[in-house]
Write a new protein. Structure first.
Length: 302
């Protein structure tokens, strides 16, 4: 497989399943991974924000990578998020992920500390120089408060040939055109927000690191294919059905809400790791109304 080919298509930001005792449920993780690949997903992206990576220990992260590699074999690469509290830990994680069989990596800014480009660049460069796996640069200023501009992304792409894609989650679809203008065909553009997938594909994106795919894998792949091949007109009916669900990916409790959807459709459990707690009260009822409406009115094009 061309190293960048798996970066095109639907790449689930796979959730981390927990057992009732709070440990990682590796048996379910393997089963879930196979279902996602069976549905047509091209790679799996564990250890991201949706994967609750900040609550996982170093050893748990490597164990998750090993489970996923064993579960799907050569059917789909495992592309873990590389994020940590320190640059040293991120470098060690990248090397350990490579040794555990990862086929790529998604490079995130450091946790907690908000830095300028001088520091953020040094951090990213340390990870990229440590491991030459195909790399995705992840820009999510809403979550990480560090905005990597198109010019800065182009700088990393120029200096590191294994930087092959960017996951853009700024919420501004104009960023795709700006990145393409600066990098040409060097980078695969990836949509990082579920409720911008059709718009992102229209602006030149070729892949989708998706969240609700954990609950609706076949619908997600179908939506991607319709929008890729026929634009908004072709995808409209399915997109309008999916949008209320996709919007659950763009709120502070997106992890709890996506896991709630998984539980409701038989694709997982609600178990999250503290400080997160399952949603309750009016917030839960509002989400359940969205889920129940989607279930009662399934899309014709899925």
């Amino acid at each position: 497989m061309n190293p960048s080919q798996f970066l095109r298509g639907v790449l689930p930001a796979i959730t981390t399943p927990f057992s009732e005792d709070g440990s990682v449920d590796h048996a379910f993780l393997a089963e879930h991974a196979r279902k996602l690949v069976d549905a047509g997903c091209t790679a799996l992206v564990p250890l991201g924000s949706l994967g609750e990576a900040a609550t996982l220990s170093f050893d748990e992260k490597i164990a998750i990578i090993r489970t996923l590699v064993a579960a799907v074999g050569d059917r789909a690469p495992i592309v873990p998020g590389i994020a940590a509290l320190s640059t040293d830990e991120a470098v060690r994680l990248a090397r350990a992920a490579r040794d555990a069989g990862a086929g790529g990596m998604m490079v995130l800014p450091v946790y907690v500390y908000t830095s300028d480009w001088h520091e953020a660049s040094a951090h990213a460069r340390a990870v990229l120089e440590a491991v030459d796996l195909p790399a995705i640069i992840y820009n999510n200023p809403i979550a990480y408060r560090t905005d990597i501009t198109p010019e800065q992304i182009a700088e990393l792409a120029r200096d590191y040939p294994h930087v092959q894609a960017v996951k853009e989650s700024s919420g501004d679809v104009r960023r795709f055109a700006a990145i393409k203008e600066l990098t040409g065909d060097k980078l695969v553009l990836l949509v990082g927000m579920d409720d911008a997938i059709v718009e992102g594909l229209g602006m030149g994106a070729e892949g989708w690191i998706a969240g609700l795919v954990n609950a609706y894998p076949r619908e997600s792949v179908r939506l991607f294919e319709l929008a890729r091949d026929g634009g908004y007109t072709a995808a409209r009916e399915l997109y309008e059905w999916f949008l209320p669900l996709l919007r659950l990916d763009t709120v502070p409790k997106f992890v709890q809400l996506i896991k709630l959807v998984q539980a409701q459709v038989g694709m997982g459990s609600e178990h999250v790791r503290a400080p997160r707690l399952v949603v309750e009260g009016a917030e839960r009822e509002a989400a359940l109304r969205v889920i129940r409406h989607a279930t009662a009115h399934p899309p014709r094009q899925s």
